[in-house]
Write a protein that binds this ligand. Structure first.
Ligand code: HEC
Length: 612
């Protein structure tokens, strides 16, 4: 029986089913989507590019798109099948098909990702070492005042995009949760899109709608879904190549960040870092998504490091790998930042340092074997994920790693050993530690900052002195640029029980009554760790806009007053601003298209591209 059923389902739809589906479409759908799904006054035309699978279409029809004004339509199984047969018989839009020719599909190989041509931005940070510094200099201090919006691309339905666009060989790729769009970087015109319905019943960041972008290699494009799948698409057409589950989303695993290509592997972490998902990092084969290695950031009992987890929480210990890592070409070393341990604020059932939470781990990219690690905040009780970028920088011929941590300290590490060169505070409001041992990098924790049931005031605030948004180091000025927050929180401890579909906090945080936080763009001399200049920003202290420096002598950043701004990289003089009225959640990037430099950033539900 089963065989018969399967073979029937696999048969092509019959002409009369498609006819029946067409009639249903006229009745329920053409009011908005137009006759023959060609597009109408209330909604766009539908092509087979909109949704790939029957299951996806069924979901969209049955639940509608409430945020966009599409109602749910209740249909029995047979009419639903006919309607879907009709939708799947529709041709791709001719315009989109024509534009595909613009994408050449050979490349990039890994060499073109690790050492990109100036003007390409082939991975999340542009520079695989994570330094958001661009060698482009067409836009500079003398002409930046003439920078204007050249195009805008809307991803309706995602109010606060966090994506950094990837640009390679005449195509830009941007994402929102469960969608990828290929667009023309010169005009903003859509080329193709891939879309999946959002997953119901998720917890944490994955549920809240975050996706930070794609990775590309050769003719493939990789991105993660809200429910922790890794998907490969054909870069030229957006066709699905494969789709694998990296982890079980019913155990609070999700995914939010761009994968990273290293040599011949796709490396991806996961989210769920306050939801009790036990952390790991894994590498997959680009051809078929087969997992090649996995490194658990919370060791299992008996494994090295497990002695740093006394109590029962290791199983839901988090240490998630939710931000894209970086790669050290000179040492063939994968560097990945790791998030906080769970439950947050309550360490009773996880006594010890809780390795490898709040660390940077340095792995052999072929095997996933640990070469060294450095833990910024042992036994964290303040939710201080170390998921700020570990930047590969060379300073006076020495291999360094620069990292401004959520805990308020700037770390310059020796990239060969993971040992600190120096550790210095980059914010004034810092009370959780009285200092840091300069040899080991270990903080001296202030006992008065440890969360209690009654609540204690500690600084930095829970948002951190900085967070996942980008930092940049300008080799010309020798300065590191970071968006810093001067603010404190009240941290409270409470009992914690892990449950599927819920966060795994052991307490919470509140504002300090009467305290107003403040955002600063700070320029720090990386050789000494001393502050050179700063821009004190007027605003609600809410910007999560990253920074980018350029060889044009500029620092671009999402200003706390809602504007997108550029300052002189040497002295912090504000040179340009575009009033966007945004609560920034993304980091800027830059690229060249047909000889012309563009600067782009995700602003609200749009991607904005600026040019001279
Ligand atoms: C009241 C208006 C309305 C009706 C009726 C309606 N839709 Fe939609 N539909 C929309 C809007 C608006 C969008 C979003 C279009 C966009 O973003 O370009 C949409 C999007 C879609 C999409 C694309 C899904 C995606 O993720 O972008 C599909 C497929 C679709 N509709 C199918 C249908 C079908 C099949 C029916 C009939 C059962 C239907 N719609 C009825 C308004 C409607």
């Amino acid at each position: 029986m089963k065989l018969v059923y399967l073979s029937l389902a696999a048969l092509p739809a019959l002409a009369q089913d498609i006819e029946a589906g067409k009639a249903l479409f006229s009745k329920h759908c053409s009011f908005c989507h137009g006759a023959n799904a060609q597009g109408g006054e209330r909604a766009a035309g539908i092509t087979d590019r909109d949704l790939r699978t029957r299951a996806d279409l069924r979901d969209v029809i049955a639940t509608g798109l409430p945020g966009k004004g599409m109602p749910a339509t209740a249909l029995g199984a047979a009419p639903m099948r006919d309607l879907i047969a009709y939708l799947r018989s529709l041709e791709p839009a001719a315009a989109a098909a024509g534009a595909l020719a613009a994408i050449r599909v050979n490349g990039p190989n890994f060499a073109a990702i690790a050492k990109p041509e100036p003007g390409e931005w082939p991975s999340y940070h542009g520079d695989i070492g994570g330094n958001r510094h661009s060698p482009l200099a067409q836009v500079d201090a003398s002409n930046v005042s003439r920078l204007k919006v050249r195009w805008m691309f809307s991803l309706t339905g995602t109010p606060r995009l966090q994506v950094t666009p990837v640009v390679y060989d005449g195509a830009m790729y941007v994402t929102a949760p469960n969608e990828v769009h290929a667009i023309d970087p010169g005009t903003g015109r859509a080329i193709w899109r891939f879309r999946r319905p959002r997953t119901q019943g998720l917890a944490g960041d994955a549920a809240s709608g975050i996706n930070r972008g794609v990775a590309i290699l050769g003719r493939r494009l990789f991105f993660v879904t809200d429910h922790a799948h890794l998907i490969a698409l054909d870069r030229a057409s957006g066709q699905l190549l494969w789709d694998i589950a990296m982890a079980d989303h019913t155990k609070n695993y999700g995914a939010t960040s761009a994968p990273l290509i290293v040599n011949d592997l796709v490396v991806s972490g996961h989210s769920g870092g306050d939801e009790g998902a036990r952390g790991y990092l894994a590498a997959y084969r680009p051809e078929d998504g087969k997992e090649v290695w996995r490194f658990w950031t919370v060791p299992a009992p008996g494994e090295p490091g497990s002695e740093t987890w006394k109590g029962k929480e290791w199983e839901h210990g988090c240490a998630a790998t939710w931000l894209t890592g970086t790669y050290d070409v000179a040492q063939n070393l994968l560097l990945w930042p790791v998030g906080n341990p769970c439950p947050d604020y309550n360490g009773d059932e996880r006594k010890g340092d809780n390795l490898y939470s709040n660390s940077v781990i340095a792995l052999d990219p072929a095997t996933g074997k640990l070469r060294w690690h450095f833990q910024f905040t042992p036994h964290d009780l303040h939710d201080w994920d170390a998921t700020e970028t570990p930047m590969v920088v060379d300073l006076d011929g020495r291999k360094r790693l620069a990292h401004a941590d959520r805990n308020g300290f700037l770390y310059l590490l020796d990239r060969e050993t993971g040992k600190p060169v120096y550790v210095k505070p980059f914010v004034d409001k810092l009370t959780w530690a009285t200092g840091v041992d300069q040899t080991t990098g270990r903080p001296m924790v202030n006992p008065a900052s440890i969360p209690t049931e009654a609540g204690v005031r500690a600084c930095p605030a829970v948002e951190g002195a900085t967070n996942w948004f980008s930092t940049a180091f300008h080799p010309g000025t020798g300065l590191l640029y970071v968006q810093a927050l001067e603010k404190c929180s009240i941290y409270t401890k409470a009992p914690a029980v892990w449950r599927a579909g819920e966060s795994h906090y052991g307490g919470d945080t509140k504002r300090v009554p009467g305290e107003q936080g403040r955002k600063y763009l700070r320029a720090i001399d990386l050789r000494t760790g001393g502050k050179r200049w700063e821009i004190a920003q007027e605003g609600p202290a809410n910007t999560w806009g990253g920074v980018m420096s350029t060889a044009g002598g500029l620092v671009f950043f999402g200003h706390d007053d809602g504007s997108f701004a550029a300052a002189d990289a040497r002295n912090g003089k504000l040179l340009w601003r575009f009033e966007a009225n945004q609560t920034w959640k993304a980091s800027p990037m830059t690229y060249v298209h047909r000889g012309r430099q563009f600067v782009a950033i995700a602003a609200g539900s749009n991607v904005l591209a600026f040019g001279l």
